[in-house]
Design a protein. Structure first.
Length: 214
């Protein structure tokens, strides 16, 4: 029984361990300065990841200003991080050329004018940052799924439009075929009439020829 409990505990704690490995503390290079930042690896494209994070901030009423590849949010209050007003610095980039569906997020927090939070800062503040950034993975996954759904919806619309176009073309061809068949039948009647006319003219000619004097 003890072994089973240990296995259950290990299974439930494993995702946390794996996620912890995806976060680290490092530096964000910006405007020739190295800024202390939390670095998060997200298994989604940079485009989807960045859009997801920005969308969540926009829902809180915050829109950042991009400067040289970094989006800066001034005077932001995020409950998960702190009750204080902070400045956020966000940069998302592709992990590598080969790993286009994986991204790296640089997330720097400043308490006041460029007073950046460092790794050895207030433990509760750091914990709040990690709590907030731990959402990035699920946000990006949801955004990527929505994009896939949108892409599939577009494919469906395209397929439906092509099917409708083909149906319209089929109806048009059927009408053309019906007209062609009608024309063929009319042509057959005209041929028979003309054959009769030819025969009549031949008989008339024969009559005239029979009147010649030898």
């Amino acid at each position: 029984m003890k072994h089973v409990k240990k296995l259950i505990l290990l299974a439930t704690s494993l995702p946390l361990v794996l996620f912890a490995a995806a976060q680290s503390f490092g530096e964000l290079e910006w405007q020739k300065t190295k800024i202390p930042a939390t670095i998060i690896e997200v298994p989604q494209s940079a485009s989807a990841t960045e859009a997801a994070i920005k969308q969540k901030l926009a829902q809180l009423g915050y829109n950042g200003k991009e400067t040289k590849g970094v989006t800066v949010y001034k005077a932001v209050r995020i409950p998960e991080i702190s009750s204080e007003t902070v400045d956020l610095y966000l940069k998302v980039e592709r992990k590598s050329r080969k790993e286009k569906d994986e991204s790296v997020v640089y997330f720097a927090v400043a308490r006041g004018y460029e007073n950046f939070v460092k790794q050895d800062s207030d433990a509760e503040f750091i914990k709040g940052i990690h709590t907030y950034t731990s959402n990035f993975n699920s946000w990006a996954e949801a955004e990527a799924l929505e994009r896939e759904i949108k892409g599939q919806e577009d494919k469906l619309k395209s397929a439906e439009k092509k099917a409708d176009d083909l149906q319209s073309e089929s109806e048009s061809l059927q009408k053309r075929l019906k007209k062609l068949q009608d024309d063929i039948e009319e042509n057959k009647k005209n041929i028979e009439k003309q054959k009769a006319e030819v025969e009549n003219q031949r008989k008339a000619l024969d009559i005239l020829r029979s009147k010649r004097k030898v």
